[in-house]
Design a protein around this ligand. Structure first.
Ligand code: AMP
Length: 218
């Protein structure tokens, strides 16, 4: 299955992608996570990206689209993948379409997690992440089993630098201005599906399972 997850920051895309990736054995490709790893390693891409990410701005399209094209060329994407956080504007969507044509694959679903700003802000301000494996937690909705440590690898959880109030506000503005035009772009395709992103982790996952079942995807 080949999925694109669309929705504002805090819509639950990363959390659902992690669950689906495990359940359906397909790689979770999060451009945000790839960029954070590049920043951590201080690669030239990471050094360029950091300034944009710290402000909640989009990293230039040519950097991100190239990164995704390289990732999609890897063997593990052969039977499916989940794109989380890409594309983020119309230019990236066009570049992705061109890349998909080159590798001769089609997207099965663009899943739009329609989410209220109130829900999204609550999720982002309480979000904690594992800096090692990228797993997401929440201080209230999804606390780790052991005090502030990742359930999987026990690394101490952190709060993302861009999960502060000022940057969150800008990320929403960037989403409104640059990403929402993609709703028009994809809603004209037969594979666009809207899901209620305000549901909790399990509720949202259940909706997705129902959708896949209705579409005969197992
Ligand atoms: P995310 O983890 O998806 O919330 O992304 C975190 C940050 O990484 C964003 O605020 C952007 O600065 C950058 N980023 C992630 N994906 C993209 C993308 N497709 N295009 C441009 N910048 C991106």
């Amino acid at each position: 299955m080949r999925l694109i997850l669309l929705g504002p920051p805090g819509a639950g895309k990363g959390t659902q992608a992690a669950v689906l990736s495990k359940d359906y054995s397909m790689p979770h490709i999060s451009t945000g996570q790839i960029l954070r790893e590049a920043v951590e390693k201080k690669t030239s891409t990471g050094n360029t990206a950091k300034g944009f990410m710290d402000k909640g701005e989009l990293v230039p399209d040519e950097i991100v689209s190239k990164m995704v094209a390289e990732r999609l060329a890897e063997k593990d994407t052969k039977n499916g993948f989940i794109l989380d956080g890409f594309p983020r504007n119309k230019n990236q969507a066009i570049q992705l379409d061109e890349q998909l044509k080159i590798i001769n694959v089609k997207i099965d679903f663009v899943l739009y997690f329609k989410t209220s700003e109130t829900t999204a802000i609550k999720r982002l301000t309480g979000r904690r992440v594992c800096p090692k494996c990228g797993l997401n937690y929440h201080t209230v909705n999804r606390p780790p089993k052991h005090d502030n440590a990742c359930d999987m690898c026990r690394t101490l959880l952190i709060q993302r630098l861009d999960d502060n109030e000022e940057t969150i506000r800008n990320r929403f503005k960037v989403y409104q201005d640059q990403t929402t035009p993609l709703l028009d772009y994809y809603s004209q395709t037969g594979y666009f599906k809207e899901i209620c992103g305000d549901l909790g982790v399990n509720g949202l996952n259940k909706k997705l399972e129902e959708l896949f079942k209705a579409e005969h995807i197992t």
